[in-house]
Design a protein around this ligand. Structure first.
Ligand code: NAP
Length: 254
C-alpha cells in the first residue's frame, strides 16, 4: 500500500460518494486531505470521521473560489502535491430535450470545474518536481451512452484535458491520469435510479437490474474500488503511468 505521509491532497466533491471514499483512503495512507464541495455539512461530517481530513467549502465552477481555496488550504497545511478532480454530476434527458442550462451546467461542473480544480496547482507542482493529478471521469468518457449527451461530452472532454496536461507536465515528475468508473454505488446512482423510477413504469429493483445489466460482472462498482485505484496512482510506484484512462467497470469497456 502507498504511503502518503507528508503529502497534501485536494479531493473535490469529497463530502459524499466516490470523493468521500477517496478522501478517507488517502488520509488513512497518511496524507493530509482537503475536501471541497458546495455544501458545508457533508464535508464536515466526513472530516469528523477521519483524522487528517479538512473541509473547505468551494464551488469548482467558480475559478476565483478555487484560487481562494488553494490559498487557504496551502497556507494552513502546505502546498498540494496531489489533486483529485472528482466533483461532478449528471442529469439525463433525450438529446432533443436538453436545455441550454442543462448543457452549460453539466459542462461547467464536470469539465470546466475539473480544469479550475487542477489549474492552480500546476506551477507549484512543476517547480517542486513532483505531483499526482487524477481526474474521476467515467466510462461515459470512453464510449457513448444514451440520454446523457452533455455528460458524455463533458467526460470525453475530461479525458482530453487529462491527456493535454499529461503532455505538458511529463518532464516535471508529475503524472496525470483519469479513473473511469462504471455505475458506482453512490448518491449520484441513487438519483439516476430515482429518475428511472419517475420517468418509466419500473420500480427501483427493476431500475437497478437494468443498470447492473450494463456491467459484464452484473454488479455495481463500489466507491472503495475507485479509491483503491486512486491511491495506487498517487504513490511513488506509479511514476511511469501518465496520460492513461483506467476503467473500473467490471469489463464494461475493453
Ligand atoms: P455524488 O455522491 O453525488 O458526489 C458528487 C460530489 O460532487 C458531491 O459531494 C457534490 O457536493 C460535489 N459537487 C457537485 N457539484 C459541485 C460543484 N459545483 N462544486 C464543488 N463540488 C461539487 O456522486 P459520485 O457518484 O460520488 O460522483 C463523483 C464523481 O464520479 C463524479 O465526477 C461522477 O461523474 C463520477 N462517476 C460516478 C459514477 C456513478 O455511477 N456514481 C460513475 C462514473 C463516474 P455538493 O453538492 O455539496 O457540491
Amino acid at each position: 500500500m502507498a504511503t502518503l505521509t507528508g503529502q497534501h491532497a485536494l479531493v473535490t466533491g469529497g463530502g459524499s460518494g466516490i470523493g468521500a471514499a477517496i478522501a478517507m483512503t488517502l488520509a488513512q495512507a497518511g496524507a493530509m486531505v482537503t475536501i471541497c464541495g458546495r455544501r458545508r455539512e457533508p464535508l464536515a461530517a466526513i472530516a469528523a470521521q477521519q483524522a487528517g481530513i479538512f473541509a473547505e467549502p468551494a464551488d469548482v465552477t467558480d475559478r476565483d473560489a478555487m484560487i481562494h481555496l488553494y490559498k487557504q488550504a496551502e497556507t494552513a497545511r502546505g502546498p498540494f502535491s496531489i489533486v483529485v478532480a472528482n466533483a461532478g454530476g449528471a442529469k439525463s434527458a433525450p438529446a432533443e430535450d436538453v436545455t441550454a442550462q442543462m448543457w452549460n451546467d453539466t459542462l461547467n461542473v464536470n469539465l470546466t470545474g475539473a480544469f479550475f480544480s487542477v489549474q492552480p496547482a500546476l506551477a507549484g507542482l512543476r517547480a517542486r518536481g513532483f505531483g499526482r493529478i487524477v481526474f474521476i471521469a467515467s466510462t461515459a468518457g470512453l464510449r457513448g451512452a444514451a440520454y446523457v449527451a452533455p455528460y458524455v461530452a463533458a467526460k470525453h472532454g475530461v479525458i482530453g484535458l487529462m491527456r493535454a496536461l499529461a503532455a505538458e507536465t511529463v518532464k516535471h515528475g508529475i503524472t496525470v491520469n483519469a479513473v473511469c468508473p462504471g455505475y458506482t454505488e453512490t448518491p449520484m446512482l441513487e438519483g439516476a435510479i430515482a429518475h428511472i423510477v419517475a420517468t418509466t413504469k419500473r420500480d427501483a429493483a427493476a431500475a437497478r437490474a437494468a443498470l447492473t445489466s450494463k456491467n459484464p460482472q452484473g454488479r455495481f462498482i463500489t466507491p472503495a474500488e475507485v479509491a483503491a485505484a486512486v491511491l495506487w496512482l498517487c504513490g511513488e510506484a506509479t511514476a511511469g503511468i501518465t496520460g492513461q484512462a483506467i476503467a473500473i467497470s467490471g469489463g464494461e469497456t475493453w
